[in-house]
Design a protein around this ligand. Structure first.
Ligand code: NDP
Length: 249
C-alpha cells in the first residue's frame, strides 16, 4: 500500500509521551520523516527507537517549548536535516487544573507558557519556511476545553480558547498562501496529563471523571491528525472535535 505522507517532513512537539508520541509514530508509519521534540531526552529516545524499528526516519531535538531560542533551533535543525518542513503539530501542552481561588499562580504562568507561548513560538518560527514553499500544514492541539467551559478548569479553558482563536486568525492569514491550519479538540484521552495537577482535590476530580467514562487512547487522536494531514492539498480540514463516545460534556 502507498504511504500517504511519503517525502513529507513533520515536526511534532510534546512527542515524548501521550498524543505527541502516538502522532509521531502514526505519521512515520505513513512515510513522513519526523522531528520529535520535548524536554525528556530518554523518553524521546524510546519513541525514536519505535519509529526506527518501523523503518522510519527520525530526528530527536530536546526542546523546552517555552524557550523561543530552543524552538527556533528545533525548526532550523529540522530544515537542515530534512531540507523542508511540511507539517507542524503543536501538541505540547499541560493541564494544571483547579479552582481559580485556590490556584498557585505559578501554575497559571506555566500553563500559559507551554499551551500559548509554545504554540506561538513554533508557529512563528516555522511560517517563513512554509510561506517560502507556498505549502505546509499547521495542526494545533486544543481540547473540548477550547469550546466548552467547566468550573474548576478555568485557566486551562483560557489557554485552549486562546489556541482556537489563534488557529482561526492564522487560518485567515495563511490560507491564501496555500498553507493549511487544523485545530484538533480531543475529549478525555488516556495519557500522563493529570500527573502535573498540584491541587489534590482537582486531581481526584479529574481522575474520577476519567474513570466514569472510557477515555480515548492517544492513538485515536493520532489517527485523526494523520487523517487531516493526509488529505489532498486542495482539502483543508479546519477543525476536528473528537470525544470518547460516553463523554457527554
Ligand atoms: P502528556 O502529559 O501525556 O504529554 C505532554 C507532552 O508535552 C509530553 O511529551 C511533554 O514532554 C510535553 N511537554 C510538556 N511541557 C513541555 C515543555 N515545556 N516543552 C516541551 N514539551 C513539553 O499529555 P497529552 O498527550 O494528553 O497532551 C497532549 C496535548 O493534548 C496537550 O496540548 C493537551 O492539552 C491536549 N489534550 C489532552 C487531553 C487529555 O485528556 N489527555 C484532552 C484534550 C487535549 P516533556 O515532559 O518530555 O517535555
Amino acid at each position: 500500500m502507498t504511504q500517504k505522507l511519503a517525502g513529507k517532513v513533520a515536526i511534532i512537539t510534546g512527542a515524548s509521551a501521550g498524543i505527541g508520541a502516538a502522532t509521531a509514530i502514526a505519521l512515520a508509519e505513513e512515510g513522513a520523516y519526523v522531528a520529535i521534540a520535548a524536554r525528556r531526552a530518554d523518553k524521546l529516545n524510546e519513541v525514536a527507537q519505535k519509529i526506527e524499528a518501523l523503518g522510519g526516519k527520525v530526528l530527536q531535538v530536546v526542546t523546552d517549548i517555552t524557550d523561543e531560542a530552543q524552538v527556533q533551533n528545533l525548526i532550523a535543525k529540522t530544515k537542515e536535516t530534512f531540507g523542508r518542513i511540511d507539517i507542524l503539530v503543536n501538541n505540547a501542552g499541560i493541564a494544571i487544573v483547579g479552582q481559580i481561588a485556590n490556584a498557585n499562580t505559578d501554575d497559571w504562568r506555566k500553563m500559559i507558557d507551554v499551551n500559548i507561548f509554545g504554540v506561538l513560538y513554533a508557529t512563528h518560527a516555522v511560517l517563513p519556511t512554509l510561506l517560502e514553499q507556498k505549502s505546509g500544514h499547521i495542526v494545533n492541539i486544543s481540547s473540548v476545553a477550547g469550546r466548552t467551559v467547566r468550573a474548576g478548569i478555568g485557566l486551562y479553558n483560557l489557554t485552549k480558547w486562546g489556541v482556537n482563536a489563534f488557529s482561526e486568525a492564522l487560518r485567515l492569514e495563511v490560507t491564501p498562501q496555500n498553507i493549511r491550519v487544523t485545530v484538533v479538540e480531543p475529549g478525555m484521552v488516556n495519557t500522563e496529563i493529570d500527573q502535573h495537577i498540584s491541587d489534590p482535590v482537582a486531581y481526584e476530580k479529574s481522575q474520577a471523571l476519567r474513570k466514569s467514562i472510557t477515555p480515548l487512547e492517544a492513538e485515536d487522536v493520532a489517527n485523526a491528525i494523520a487523517y487531516a494531514v493526509s488529505q489532498p492539498e486542495r482539502v483543508d480540514v479546519n477543525e476536528i472535535l473528537i470525544r470518547p463516545t460516553t463523554q457527554y460534556w
